[in-house]
Design a protein around this ligand. Structure first.
Ligand SMILES: NC(=O)c1ccc[n+]([C@@H]2O[C@H](COP(=O)([O-])OP(=O)(O)OC[C@H]3O[C@@H](n4cnc5c(N)ncnc54)[C@H](OP(=O)(O)O)[C@@H]3O)[C@@H](O)[C@H]2O)c1
Length: 317
């Protein structure tokens, strides 16, 4: 089916920006992209892109959701939070997908691509993973042409994880690290965007779940070391034993603003964030995952914070 309009919830975020760039690049004169945002200032990066309509909207309001979904050929859901109360996780990861599915059904839109996370499981060890798992279940129950994507931690210009650890190492002489042995299989944001774009282009991916993981596994300590080296501030890493890690996370939760690390994040890290291999991965979508070293030095090196380099490196890997 030809795509004329695609709604991208959460399109102003880290993955959403990469997705919009990918779609605009791939489809040139392709469908219009409808991107709601709670605040226009969150979507500044999208404003110059052709074909992208940024709309201030409250996606938690049914009438607004109906208006956003109406006339679309497909919907991508990228809305998520990393920190919050049980109620906040429920509202964003479970209730919103349920209401989105209902809006799709009311408006006759069948195609939905939902980005979840590796380890999503209603019985998982953290609020984040449990709510992600319940969100998946809610959508599977809906009568929609659904594709689920489960990424590992995502890296790329503007990522949260590696940029944070690069900044911390620029500030402190030693890095006390919680969850140092937690395992990840980091995936490049452009590869995740390409996976979503391919799913949009291939209706036959409906009914499937894809694991989005990179070509290499790394512990958190190895990722922190990479961030330090790439940014020019390698510092000694001090792995924290579990009780001290919990204390550190608890103290961070007490600080104002969104915590850098919470006890819930620590709980998520008890599950290896790596592909199970029991589900199709990026290769099934024709994507060769990009290694960390092909991209990370390009955006963490001081003065090299240019997203375009990511794309250049991938092309000339
Ligand atoms: N980044 C990773 O390493 C990673 C790893 C695994 C899975 N994922 C998944 O990939 C997807 C995209 O992640 P991301 O890193 O792009 O996230 P992000 O940068 O935090 O963006 C999330 C988007 O959701 C919207 N949003 C956040 N809280 C909201 C709320 N309470 N109500 C309505 N909208 C809200 C924000 O839009 P506005 O602020 O403009 O309204 C923002 O554009 C998510 O499902 C995430 O769980 C990400």
């Amino acid at each position: 089916m030809a795509l004329n309009t695609v709604l991208i919830l959460g399109g102003s975020g880290f993955v959403g920006r990469a997705l919009c760039e990918t779609l605009v690049d791939r489809w040139v004169a392709g469908p219009r992209l409808r991107v709601p945002t709670r605040r226009l200032s969150h979507a500044q990066a999208l404003l110059p892109l052709p074909l992208v309509d940024v709309l201030p909207a409250d996606v938690h309001d049914d009438a607004t959701l109906d208006r956003l979904v109406a006339g679309c050929d497909a919907v991508v859901n990228l809305v998520a939070i990393l920190q919050g109360s049980e109620a906040a996780f429920e509202a964003v990861h479970v209730t919103l997908p349920r209401r989105l599915a209902a809006a799709c059904q009311r408006q006759g839109v069948r195609r939905l691509i939902h980005v979840s996370a590796l380890g999503a499981d209603p019985q998982g060890p953290s609020r984040y993973l449990r709510s992600k798992g319940r969100g998946e279940a809610v959508l599977r129950e809906a009568d929609l042409d659904l594709t689920l994507l489960r990424p590992s931690v995502i890296f790329g210009a503007g990522d949260r994880l590696l940029n944070l650890f690069a900044q911390l190492q620029a500030l402190f002489p030693v890095l006390p690290l919680a969850g140092a042995n937690a395992r990840f299989q980091p995936v490049w944001v452009a590869d995740v965007a390409a996976a979503i774009a391919t799913c949009l282009e291939r209706p036959a991916t409906a009914g499937q779940t894809f694991e989005c993981a990179g070509p290499e596994e790394a512990t958190l300590a190895q990722l922190v070391r990479l961030a330090g080296e790439a940014s020019g501030h390698p510092r000694p890493i001090l792995p924290l034993p579990a009780p001290l890690a919990t204390l550190q996370a608890w103290l961070m939760e007490l600080a104002p603003g969104e915590p850098l690390m919470s006890r819930d994040n620590l709980a998520s890290m008890t599950v290896p964030n790596v592909a199970t291999g029991q589900l199709p991965g990026l290769a099934a979508l024709g994507i060769t995952p990009t290694p960390l070293l092909a991209v990370v030095p390009g955006y963490l090196r001081p003065g090299q914070r240019c997203a375009r380099l990511d794309a250049w490196r991938a092309r000339h890997r």
